[in-house]
Ligand binder design. Structure first.
Ligand code: UDP
Length: 364
């Protein structure tokens, strides 16, 4: 038996490990264990994803959340080390760019366990983003690097990483999207929220550059309210953003969300969110995964960041980078409403088979 430990901690990780779990569980000679570090722990950010993506209850839950980056990373390392004492796996697989990714990769590789990083090589070239540090460190220590888009190959080559470790296999996040696609039309989310197909915009924002400063957050909320004068806007609020919004609304009674067309709601479960994303006229985001999902679905995406680690979504997809410039974002939205958005195409190997390619390589 080849024992494999799959690590997940935060919402995007659940979407990425699901196809790996399903692909690896299909082998008789493989024993897969899921370790949930606990970074995201409430139902809306965790359990519902396990249900929607048909994942089993995690074999281990380390229950580590909150604290500074150092505290969180350190605690995850300490607790994950104990899991490895017990399991003694042949392989550890980490995905994405969160603290659990770098923490578990460091622990595994120092114990001499073959360590794979899925979604390797992505770079925003912005070291003020904690995710960028996590990506660089994880890639530099991992034994197998699974790359989702051509920029990943170029970046790893520039960093001098041995080409034998690198495999261009496609995008596991798109595997999940394809796997649930036939189920999303059962979702009643449009009716529940009160919006009509292709007649609303969808928003997700949680990156520090947009939500940590009150002045930026205030500017964003007023701009979204203005946008909602023309077209309904649905905003499932990430808990990180929710905390900051609560504080802002409590401190500044002059700014409140009393706009009936700006629908601020709780974070959505995966199937409902995919239904909204597919049905939106445009999406405004700072999420990494959402930039990829909109490109796959051909829905225009306006990214409120100065950079993206996923340049294929700009070059061949439907993504636009608007940075901090809300005037520019507004004019792109007008183009989308007028039917003048750019037409993208689906990037190479985003075909629903990335996880089976990874499984073949790991089992080989
Ligand atoms: N997502 C979701 N519900 C929401 C918002 C996002 O299911 O209310 C999904 C989205 O489809 C994508 C993933 O969560 O698969 C992205 O997670 P997030 O934006 O938190 O992380 P990032 O991709 O920025 O690391």
């Amino acid at each position: 038996m080849q024992k494999i430990v799959l690590v997940a901690g935060a919402r995007p990780n659940f979407v990425k490990i699901a196809p790996l779990w399903h692909a690896l569980s299909g082998y008789d000679n493989i024993d897969v264990k899921i370790v949930h570090t606990g970074q995201h722990f409430d139902e809306a950010m965790s359990r519902f994803f396990f249900d929607d993506l048909k994942l089993p209850v995690p074999h281990y839950n380390l229950n580590i959340n909150g604290g500074s980056h150092a505290e969180q990373t350190g605690k995850i390392m300490e607790h994950f080390d104990k899991v490895l004492d017990h399991e003694m796996p042949h392989d550890v697989i980490v995905t994405g760019d969160v603290n659990s990714t770098v923490a578990c990769a460091l622990v595994a590789v120092k114990r001499g366990i073959r360590t794979s990083h899925v979604e390797a090589g992505l770079r925003s070239f912005d070291r003020s983003m904690p995710e960028e540090i996590n990506r660089i460190v994880t890639d530099s220590v991992s034994d197998l690097l699974f790359v989702s888009e051509p920029s990943g190959l170029t970046n790893l080559k520039h960093e001098g990483i041995d080409g034998e470790k690198i495999h261009f296999i496609g995008n596991v996040m798109i595997d999940s999207l394809i796997s649930i696609n036939s189920r999303i039309d059962h979702s009643r989310i449009l009716e529940n929220i009160g919006v009509q197909e292709h007649k609303f915009g969808l928003v997700t924002l949680h990156r520090p550059s947009n939500v940590d400063s009150t002045s930026r957050l205030k500017e964003l909320i007023s701009w979204l309210q203005e946008t909602a004068n023309n077209i309904p806007v649905v905003f499932p609020v990430h808990p990180r953003t929710g905390k900051r919004l609560e504080k802002m609304f409590a401190e500044n009674t002059a700014i409140q969300n009393n706009h009936s067309n700006l629908k601020m709601i709780s974070p959505l479960r995966y199937i409902d969110f995919q239904k909204l994303l597919k049905s939106a006229q445009f999406v405004i985001t700072d999420s990494g995964g959402v930039q990829e999902e909109t490109t796959w679905r051909g829905v225009p995406c306006i990214t409120l960041r100065n950079n993206t680690e996923r340049p294929v979504t700009l070059e061949s997809g439907t993504n636009y980078l608007a940075g901090n410039d809300l005037k520019l974002a507004g004019s792109i939205i007008n183009d989308c409403i007028a039917g003048r958005a750019k037409q993208g195409r689906i990037p190479e190997l985003w075909d629903g088979k990335a996880a089976s390619r990874i499984a073949e390589i790991i089992v080989r």
